[in-house]
Ligand binder design. Structure first.
Ligand code: UDP
Length: 468
């Protein structure tokens, strides 16, 4: 169907690059493939070059179709306010500006698409302004499914007792159940509220695709789910990830990567927020060295007991480049085989490069998908948020990853185990099967996004609702 170019849709992205990056990708997809005019409203914790470039590149590619607005938001919170309440409050504080911006538009947007931490805007803004209400989930369908069942989690429950919901089989396995039980009461309450907002939406777009998560996607269509939990249709529209095309002049890192043999480099990164302790940083350095494999490591100054410490800080200072916290002589000993980058690297370009053979990842969903669409096997190192659940999916269900025995967010992962995991993927026969499976998903991702593919059709059907 041909979409009149005047169809205008507003997108609202919560703070953090892990939210802004996929929202901008959704904007680009709606504009480029479906001809929709988009305004991206961004809530940003602080101005950083990475964010600025992200927003600038979206508008410069489609100046006629994509506009971006950074909303003024509350930024100062007492240090004891947790990440989830902080994020929700930050978004809430933008509502007056968001409302008046939309009201002031000549071509008023017909729909508001909000991401996970912005779902309060469904009632507060979209309903009030008579707009269609959509949620964009930048993680996978399984996490969304679990989130809907959170009201059934009872903190006082026997820890070995699985969760039962109405007319349902056990929802989560033991490991996942324990993980949910470890969340703070306040966090569970907030997430339950998000679930109720999502149930009030006209639709939920999920950054996944049919072939990857068919089993879970079918659960949303079961009568018992629709009867007791939510009737909001769920649309798999992914994987929406950045293309990894080089921009500007080639950085030293990419020139180094050009000189490495095919699939010989392990890329190590913990997303936009992941931060390790001092002891874990040393152990990781020595583990990489012990593995005798080439590597690129996006390294951050260690911080104790705060695995998401870098979440809202993508700026870095010159001191970060001193790498004083790395083991004595490490940089010297590995200078021919390793490249250490402070704070932030062009991940989408790195993962697209043919020299990369594996990804040690915190398993954020953007990173996981960026790895899959490039056929790169994963070594899981989950730290916070839904990353543990993602790690289970990647290892046990999709068979495209290996992980440590210990929980890296609680126990020290020792150098021997790190080296062993890296070699399992890069050297051992086990790695061949993993690589084959990830390449199958790579092909099915491409297929899903192509014209006539499952994700393309899924998003087209949503766009049709914008025109009716
Ligand atoms: N990223 C990047 N360079 C870095 C670290 C992260 O470009 O050094 C990007 C990464 O490619 C991904 C996003 O930041 O698109 C992180 O999102 P993800 O969902 O993986 O994790 P989060 O940061 O939300 O925990």
């Amino acid at each position: 169907m041909v979409i009149p170019s005047k169809v205008h849709v507003a997108l609202l992205a919560s703070p953090g690059l892990g939210h802004l990056i996929p929202t901008v990708e959704l904007a680009k997809c709606l504009a480029a493939k479906h001809g929709v005019t988009i305004t991206v409203f961004a809530v940003i914790p602080e101005d950083t070059p990475v964010q600025d470039e992200l927003l600038r590149s979206a508008t410069s590619l489609w100046p006629e179709l994509i506009n971006t607005v950074v909303l003024p938001s509350e930024k100062d919170f007492p240090s004891d306010v947790g990440v989830v309440p902080r994020m929700l409050a930050m978004v809430r504080s933008t509502f007056p500006a968001l409302r008046s911006s939309i009201n002031g538009m000549v071509n008023k947007p017909v729909a508001l698409i909000v991401d996970y931490f912005s779902t309060e805007a469904i009632e507060a803004i979209a309903q009030e302004l008579n707009m269609l209400k959509y949620v964009f989930i930048a993680t996978n369908a399984r996490c969304l499914y679990y989130n809907f069942y959170l009201p059934y989690v009872k903190k006082e429950a026997n820890r070995d007792e699985p969760i039962y919901a109405p007319e349902s089989e056990p929802i989560m396995d033991d490991g996942q159940f324990k993980l949910v039980l470890s969340l703070a009461d306040q966090t569970i309450k907030e997430l339950v509220r998000v679930a109720s907002h999502m149930a009030a939406a006209d639709g939920i777009l999920v950054n996944t695709w049919e072939d990857l998560e068919a089993k879970t996607l079918n659960l949303f269509k079961e009568e018992r789910f629709m009867k007791h939990i939510s009737r909001t249709p769920v649309h798999p529209i992914g994987p929406l990830v950045r293309a990894g095309e080089p921009t500007g002049s080639k950085p030293e890192l990419m020139k180094w990567l050009d000189r490495q043999p095919n699939k010989s480099v392990v890329y190590v990164s913990f997303g936009s927020g992941g931060t390790l302790s001092a002891q874990q940083t040393i152990e990781l350095a020595l583990g990489l060295e012990l593995s005798e494999q080439r590597f690129i490591w996006v390294v951050r100054p260690p911080i104790e007991n705060d695995s998401c410490a870098s979440l809202f800080k993508s700026k870095h200072s010159d001191e970060d480049e001193l790498f004083e916290y790395l083991p004595d002589g490490f940089l010297n000993r590995t200078r021919n085989v390793g490249f250490v980058v402070p704070m932030w690297a062009p991940q989408e370009e790195i993962l697209t490069h043919g020299s990369v053979g594996a990804f040690v990842s915190h398993c954020g969903w953007n990173s996981s998908q960026e790895s899959i669409v490039n056929g790169v096997p994963i070594i899981t190192w989950p730290l916070y948020a839904e990353q543990h659940l993602n790690a289970v999916l990647l290892t046990k269900e999709f068979g495209i990853a290996v992980g440590p025995q210990e929980d890296p967010s609680k126990e020290l992962v020792k150098r021997d185990e790190i080296a062993k995991m890296v070699r399992r993927v890069m050297v051992n026969e086990e790695g061949i099967g993993i690589r084959t499976r990830v390449n199958e998903f790579k092909a099915s991702a491409k297929e899903a996004l192509s014209e006539g593919g499952t994700s393309y059709i899924s998003l087209s059907k949503v766009v049709e609702k914008f025109v009716i």
